[in-house]
Structures are given as C-alpha cells and as structure tokens.
Design a protein around this ligand. Structure first.
Ligand SMILES: [Mg+2]
Length: 412
C-alpha cells in the first residue's frame, strides 16, 4: 500500500477547511484535516511545498515511522502549522489503514471503551432571556452538557456570543463560536476583566436557578485573565458546580495555573492551542488541570494526541477535545474514534456543521441522546465530494481581537 498521490484541497462551504487526500497504488483514499482557523493557507503551503513531495512512494502502513520522519526531519519542530500538517498526514494514514483492514479506526486503536461520547454544545445570549432560550434549544437537540457564555454589560461584543454575519456570502448565518468572519480585516471587540468577573457568577446563579443542579455546565475564559483574576473567577463559580472552567490564563505560561489551583476547586481545562505533549509536560505532571483540550487536528494527529492522553491518564486527567466548527468533519471523526477507544475520555465539544459543509463532507457518525458515535464504516467514515468542494473556493477570514477601553490590545 504505497502512496501514489497526495492532494491538498481547500474548500469554504460555511467556512474554510483544508483537507489532505492521500491515494494509494491499490486504489484506496484517505483523508486528513489540516484546518488552522484564520491561518489556513500557511498549512496549505507547508503541506504542498514541503510535505507532499516526501509522501509519494512511502508505505502507507508505516504510521509511526512517517510521523517521526515528518517531525524530526524538519528540524524546526512543533508549532501550529507544522503540527496541523503532520496531523493531516497521520489522520489520512489511519483512514487508509482502516479501509485496508475493513475496520473503523477505533477498532485499530483497541476497540470501544464506551457506548458513545458525551458531548457539550454552546449556549449563549446577549441577555438572560436569550441565554435561557439557547439552553432550551440545546436541550431539545439532545445535548446533556452545555457551555454557557453571555454578553457583559457595558461591552459591545465579546467572544462566544452568537451573532449573525453581515458578510454578503454568509448574511444571516448565525455564528455561535469563534467567528472567523469572512472579510479582509479582523473584527475589533472590547474587553474589561473587572466587569466580566462581576457579571459571570450572576449568570451561573440564574442558570442554576432555572435549570437545576444536574445539568453539567462549562465556561470558557478564553485566555483573558491574570492568574489572580482567574483564581477569583474559579472561586466565585464554585457554588455553581461547573464541569470545567476553560483557558482561564494565557496558554504560554503553565506556571500561572499553579496559583489558580491554590485558590479554587473548580475543575480546569486547557490546551486547545497546544500542539505537542511537551506543551503539556509540566501541566500534567503537576496536575494543574483536569481536562486536555487538544484537537486531533492541532496536536499532530491521532498518533501524537494518543500519547498526550496516555500520559494524562496516569494523573486521572481526562480528554475534552476541542470541537468547534473550524475542526472539519474529518478532524471531528478522528476525535470520535480516539475518544471512543481511550479509557480516560472526559467529554467532546460538538457544534454542528452547516448544511453546506455536510453536503461536501459525507459523514457516518451518529448523534443520539447527547452522545456521539463515529459509526462503523472502515477508516474514519468521512468522504469528501471533490466536485462539491470545488464549488466553494477559499475566502479570506480572520478571528476577531480585543482592545481595552484605553486602546491596549488584549487577549481575545
Ligand atoms: Mg475554548
């Protein structure tokens, strides 16, 4: 089973996706997700110019060896672009191996450790009524765990609040998460940590009063706090029994989490912008978080993320894989196969892709009673309609960014 063709396919059905498609001399094809939200074309160039020429002729069964070759032979290691490119190759090789064996990838990883994957969705609102409507709508869709984000009085627009796009190609489309808005410049949003810290506990109190104590609730701080502010937030949310509090401090400094841990028993999650097991080394060893947020796409593929999660399992730290809509259906399928197989699965983030995306990527996963299952098609269970993909060319899109009231740029 040798690779005889490697194509990088960029498509933008509801948003931009980068997919690597590998073909073998015995007629199989495998897919890998290389989408890096807002910086997609950098990974396209990395794959096209530097990786595709290395893949032709290799034995597609040699997954670990290919991973080590791509990682070590580059000399310049780690980073989101490199690791997304390696992830795409890795996923495509697992897809091929599954198809060659006639087995879904989770069977190759050791088989199912559970019946399905508990998933959480994103409820948000500009005020309490809108938030409650959003929570109810998620419950009606079957979600059994829900992330809560709201607007903060006095701030115009902040991360995580659903809004409708005004871009002509997508006018009226509701963005619930990380709206890499199509257009030539990033949107500017505003931020004030003190207002946020005052407001968030009142929101969780209202949600608990309305929906009761059982429903698992999550919240994302999106890297915007200092360690002591994060500690204050964790402590103030303890009465509302969060499933997790995510990304409270900037990801570059693991030591910040020590101080947060000293002050609060609210469970912590981090890692959606991490790329390798080395980013997690101190955090896992010192048990500074409870959940690992990496997506398969952004952490070197199934092969590497499995190593991160096996390491985490020694410390009772569980998975909480990143699953916004910028993780393509291929990347989501990889997450579902890995999550089904590992012992220390925690929860899977799951936002439904748009109908255009679902028409380009044919998927075989199921969503029942708040649980995902990758299905039993051989490989990852996703096929790309290349003609359909061709109908949606790449569109420039940037993530928003924040400024404080005095004009200082702040973490978004
Ligand atoms: Mg997040």
């Amino acid at each position: 089973m040798r690779i005889d063709r490697a194509e990088v396919i960029v498509t933008s059905p509801d948003r931009n996706f980068v997919t690597l498609k590998l073909s073998t001399d015995d007629g199989l094809t495998g897919l890998g997700d290389a989408t890096l939200n807002g910086r997609e074309l950098a990974v396209v160039a990395y794959l096209t110019d530097h990786v595709v020429p290395l893949l032709l002729g290799i034995d597609a069964h040699r997954i670990e060896d290919t991973w080590q070759f791509l990682y070590r032979s580059a000399y310049w290691r780690r980073g989101p672009i490199t690791m997304a490119a390696i992830a795409a190759v890795d996923m495509a090789l697992w897809d091929l191996k599954g198809k060659a064996a006639g087995l879904p990838v989770y069977q190759l990883l050791g088989g199912a450790s559970r019946m399905g994957l508990l998933a959480y969705g994103h409820a948000s609102g500009r005020d309490t009524d809108e938030l409650f409507d959003s929570v109810r709508s998620h419950l009606e869709q079957g979600y059994r765990a829900i992330r809560i984000q709201t607007a903060v009085p006095g701030l115009k627009s902040i991360y995580g609040i659903a809004s409708n796009s005004t871009y002509e190609g997508n006018a009226g489309v509701r963005y619930d998460h990380e709206p890499a808005q199509r257009g030539g410049l990033p949107n500017e949003e505003d931020w004030d940590t003190r207002s946020y810290l005052r407001h968030v506990p009142t929101v969780f109190e209202a949600v608990r009063n309305e929906f009761g104590p059982e429903l698992p609730l999550l919240h994302d701080g999106h890297h915007r706090m200092t360690p002591i502010q994060a500690a204050q937030l964790g402590k103030s949310l303890e009465p509302y029994d969060l499933f997790w509090l995510e990304d409270v401090t900037p990801s570059e400094n693991p030591e910040a989490l020590r101080l947060v841990r000293q002050h609060t028993t609210t469970p912590l999650a981090i890692g959606e912008v991490f790329n390798t097991v080395w980013d997690y080394q101190q955090i896992i060893r010192e048990q500074l978080v409870d959940y690992v947020r990496s997506a398969v796409t952004h952490t070197g593929g199934i092969t590497h993320l499995r190593k991160v999660l096996d390491y985490a399992s020694q410390y009772q730290i569980k998975s909480g894989m990143h699953g916004p809509t910028d993780v393509s259906p291929v990347g989501m399928a990889a997450a579902m196969h890995l999550g089904l197989a590992i012992h220390n699965f925690g929860i899977q983030e799951y936002m439904k892709h748009g109908s255009k995306t679902d028409s380009v990527f044919r998927q075989s996963f199921t969503w029942r009673q708040g649980m995902l299952h990758p299905g039993d098609e051989p490989g990852l269970g996703v096929e790309l309609d290349t003609d359909g993909a061709g109908r949606y060319p790449y569109v420039q899109a940037y993530l928003p960014y924040n400024r404080l009231a005095d004009g200082t740029v702040h973490d978004w």
